[in-house]
Write a protein that binds this ligand. Structure first.
Ligand code: NAP
Length: 313
């Protein structure tokens, strides 16, 4: 259930990593009044300074200072850094506080969280299914999470304190405008491999192939880039560190889904070679139906070109 507008869920939160996601949480929490105070830390001194200037909260002088009085600590750094930064944070966190994250992979984060060795704090991995291809503090905006899912992957425990902490974290995300779902970490990683990780891999690969062909086509790939290719380039403009860490940390699920993808691609290649129009038509019709379902579920717009304005001449 959403907290009443303006009602505080946490007195103080700490945001570690003040980029697109951390910045958006900080902004949303202050704008919507669901955190009394936001304390910030980032390994990148420039980003931390900029986050303070934008008004995300109070920059701290150290990681320990940032987390010391926080009721909830949000790890918003790349997946590959979450374990190490969490290890350095828990020693300074107060008993009863929540340690959570926003990483795009959950199995490895849950494993790292379990190894932290503090039984008096509540570790609850999380992942908002919201983002853009931009990074850094200036990319953050308060409405990023509105009407988007946030998946929490809490431990399978039913002690009252842990359940209450999970409910509180869920209320915070609801206060940011998200719809919250709880899920097993392994299931999360398989679902996201299908809906996010493999699509990014395909986009990176498509753009790399076109780049290689650019030499052959003498600039025509860029000059005549059609909507389909332009959409791939938007996805492939995403942060390389973030996506390197996603593939290194979700290896099994990604390889499983990639195997299925390769089989389906081989079937389409065969249909083209054999001039099997029916197979192509049926596959494309089915894909169109899935697009319709995403629009009906309110996860995208039905407007042409995703409702984007025409590019300026
Ligand atoms: P971002 O805009 O690049 O921000 C991350 C910030 O963390 C940067 O300022 C970065 O500094 C800093 N950082 C990196 N390593 C650090 C460390 N060891 N200690 C302290 N600070 C460190 O990234 P983002 O897009 O917000 O992604 C953050 C997390 O959100 C990732 O785990 C990602 O998987 C997850 N996520 C992203 C999206 C998305 O669409 N982008 C969506 C959902 C979830 P430098 O710039 O110097 O590295």
């Amino acid at each position: 259930m959403a907290p009443n507008p303006g009602s505080k869920v946490f007195n103080q939160i700490a945001i570690i990593g003040v980029g697109l996601i951390g910045g958006s949480i900080a902004r949303g929490a202050l704008e919507k009044g669901i955190a009394g105070e936001v304390v910030l830390f980032d390994g990148n001194a420039e980003a931390l300074k900029r986050a303070g200037e934008i008004g995300f909260g109070r920059p701290a002088g150290s990681l320990a200072e940032a987390v010391a009085n926080a009721d909830a600590v949000f790890m918003c750094v790349p997946v590959g850094a979450i374990g190490v930064v969490s290890g350095a944070s828990v020693v300074a966190m107060k008993a009863g506080a929540i340690l959570t994250d926003v990483g795009s992979v959950k199995g490895n984060v849950a494993r790292d969280f379990r190894a932290l060795g503090r039984t008096d704090i509540h570790v609850i991995p999380g992942h908002p299914i919201a983002g853009t291809e931009k990074s850094g503090p200036d990319a953050g905006f308060a409405s990023l999470f509105e009407n988007r899912w946030c998946i929490l992957t809490p431990e399978a425990r039913d002690d009252a304190d842990y359940v209450a902490a999970t409910d509180r974290l869920a209320a915070f995300w609801t206060g940011l405008g998200s719809k919250v779902e709880r899920m097993d970490a392994a299931r999360h990683d398989l679902v996201l491999a299908v809906t996010s990780h493999i699509p990014h891999l395909i986009a990176y690969n498509m753009v790399a192939t076109a780049y290689d062909m650019e030499a052959v086509t003498e600039g025509e790939v860029v000059k005549f880039s059609a909507a389909g290719f332009r959409d791939f380039t938007r996805i492939a403009a995403s942060d390389p560190t973030m996506w390197r860490d996603v593939f290194l940390n979700n290896k099994e699920a990604v390889l499983e889904v990639l195997g299925r993808f390769e089989e389906d691609l081989t079937a389409l290649r065969k249909a083209i070679r054999n001039a099997d129009g029916q197979k192509l038509f049926d596959t494309f019709t089915e894909s169109r139906r899935i697009r319709r379902e995403i629009i009906d579920a309110g996860q995208d717009t039905a407007s042409a070109n995703f409702g984007r304005d025409k590019p300026k001449p």
